[in-house]
Design a protein around this ligand. Structure first.
Ligand code: GDP
Ligand code: MN
Length: 421
């Protein structure tokens, strides 16, 4: 899911006619102070991170003066919320809240629903999971018929909303669903939707995530990598994503784990796992022998040889790595010869550029015999430290890690000898 910051989601609310508080994004305490001065009234300073529960973590602070707003930004910027670093704050007019509601739409992918579910509750401001079921109005929206304005009026009324604000609340919930549909969201939430002392109803928060599979329809959203990706993508990450974007056969995932400066310090290998479990055992293998991974790669779900080839080329393109590990720690049920072909082609191009380079390859599972033959025939004549293993070592992370370490050490000695000569 492509996640968005609160301020980004609120921009979409505004376009969709949902009232939001006046606010400005700040990257520094100075900017936060200026924003508060410009607004000329008490403000709330809110961390912009892909995590909820900011209120409880001290990542939402109130400020009566611009100086206080600057200080709040000093406190919040750089802090970690659920492991994510805060790089921006939203400075917003402080609302005089008299009541908090919850409104949200999520995709329920359960077999009997498979569609959007609209939810409304008059218990807002707390996590919706902690609100009793009977205090939440829920509606499975029929995507063909769509939502009717009276549907949201009924929902809000059933939760006790009445009087002048009923129409405002119902209208916002109706518009929320329209924004959800327009942007192909998986989640779009207002928590809290607030009623202020002067009888205005506004979205005080926003949580928004868009379906990865629909991102191609939304170039305006500017999402560079259409999958869960919790850091700012590097050039390496973007190249990796281009493989996936241009070929949906099988899965390839590659992410940069260390900068080239870190890798230059030594002890890093190019890491290539096949499937989640195998990748975990592969990481164990590397950790056990005190090596580190320069990247995290995973090719599974029966990817084509061309996809595997591109992944191996990218792994090998990392300057300073001292080895390549294919961590096929499982009896993969995909046809392994696609991996074998892709790896052979990539390594035949890359290994001649670095004589003696270590490559430990563990591959087993469906079409194992054929795959082993392809690997052995394709890589045996190279001037490199290539070792190829099969099911005999399928779960043996100590052995595989040990072989990788031994070859890396030999290679290192050889390199040191070559450079001192
Ligand atoms: P979250 O904890 O990450 O969901 O962050 P929210 O944006 O929902 O803020 C947490 C809580 O702070 C809300 O539930 C509100 O009770 C409170 N809050 C946020 N903005 C305002 C505001 O402008 N005025 C007041 N009085 N409270 C606010
Ligand atoms: Mn919230």
């Amino acid at each position: 899911m492509a996640k968005f910051f609160e301020y980004q989601g609120k921009e979409h609310f505004q376009k969709g006619g949902i009232p939001i508080p006046e606010g400005m994004v700040a990257n520094t305490p100075q900017e936060a102070e200026q924003a508060a001065a410009k607004m000329g009234r008490p403000v709330v300073v809110k961390a912009q991170v892909w995590a909820g529960g900011r209120g409880k973590s001290g990542a939402v602070k109130f400020a009566d003066t611009p100086q206080e707003a600057g200080q709040a930004a000093v406190d919040i910027l750089g802090m970690q919320v659920k492991g994510l670093e805060v790089k921006q704050v939203l400075v917003e007019e402080k609302l005089d809240i008299v009541q908090e509601f919850y409104a949200g739409v999520v995709i329920n992918s359960a077999q009997d629903v498979r569609g959007p579910v609209l939810m409304f509750s008059s218990e807002g401001g707390v996590e919706i999971e902690s609100v009793p079921r009977e205090k939440i109005a829920m509606l499975n929206v029929d995507v063909i018929k769509g939502l009717m304005p009276y549907d949201t009026l009924n929902m809000a009324a059933s939760m006790g909303v009445k009087g002048k604000i009923l129409r405002q609340v119902a209208d916002i919930v109706y518009k929320l669903y329209q924004v959800f549909r327009k942007l192909d969201c998986r989640t779009l939430e207002i928590n809290p939707l607030v009623l202020t002392r002067d009888n205005k109803v506004l979205a005080a928060d926003c949580r928004m995530a868009v379906d990865d599979q629909a991102l191609f329809r939304h170039p305006e959203l500017g999402i560079k990598i259409g999958r869960e990706f919790l850091k700012e993508p590097t050039e390496f990450d973007l190249i990796a994503w281009s493989f996936e974007e241009s070929d949906f056969r099988g899965t390839s995932y590659v992410a940069e784990m260390a900068s080239s400066e870190e890798v230059a310090n030594g002890g890093y290998v190019g890491f290539h796992g096949i499937g989640g479990g195998a990748a975990m055992l592969g990481m164990d293998a590397v950790n056990k022998v005190d090596l580190k991974v320069a990247d995290f790669a995973d090719t599974s779900g029966n990817p084509t040889a061309s996809k595997v080839y591109r992944v191996v080329k990218l792994i090998m393109a990392q300057p300073g790595i001292e080895g390549y590990l294919l961590a096929g720690f499982m009896m993969a049920n995909q046809e392994q010869w696609h991996h074998a072909h892709g790896i052979v082609k990539a390594l035949r191009e890359e290994l001649p550029k670095r004589p003696g380079f270590p490559a430990v390859i563990l591959l087993c599972g469906n079409k194992e015999k054929e795959s082993q033959a392809i690997l052995k025939e394709g890589l045996s004549d190279l001037n490199a430290r290539v070792e190829i293993y099969d099911r005999e070592h399928v779960y043996d992370s100590s052995f595989i890690g040990g072989r990788l370490k031994a070859l890396v050490e030999e290679y290192r000695k050889e390199q040191a000898g070559a450079s001192s000569r």
